[in-house]
Design a binder for this molecule. Sequence first.
Ligand SMILES: [Zn+2]
Length: 167
Amino acid sequence: MRNWHIYQRKKKSYIIREISKKAKVRVPADLGDKRLTLNWEEIREMDNNGVSFGAHGVNHAILTNLPFDKAKDEIITSKKEIEEKIGKKVTAFSYPNGNYNQHIIEFLENNGFSCAVGVQGKLVSLQASIFELPRLIAFENFNTFKLMLSGLLSDLIEIKAKLKAKR
Ligand SMILES: [Zn+2]
């Protein structure tokens, strides 16, 4: 576990350095190695500059594994804490590990949420349910990420699989 965290920190500092070089902005010196998460000051700054924040539970517990009362508590407590810290309504939810069920969706719908995202790696279509929105991972390889955003990556993977099957 410790090695994983060290690896994540190094990877994070590398990504931050690369982005700051491209964006031509200076990042605070302590950002690279000490923390994996944002602090509230940084969250407020980002929130004031066009990045919106949603709730994701308090303990990153898999909601479908919890008694329903505990799942509700994870959802509401995380929403309220962010709302208190940023002074705005939090209306988006991200299911920890992408796990949810119909009870959880209904609870979100009835408790001030307007949408939720899972971990299904697809583009959002008009048919998508607003509480089951798919989401793409931001790949380190920017070209792969661009292909993914264009919707072509899934087509390319499908074509590759078909060609492989013919051989
Ligand atoms: Zn998570």
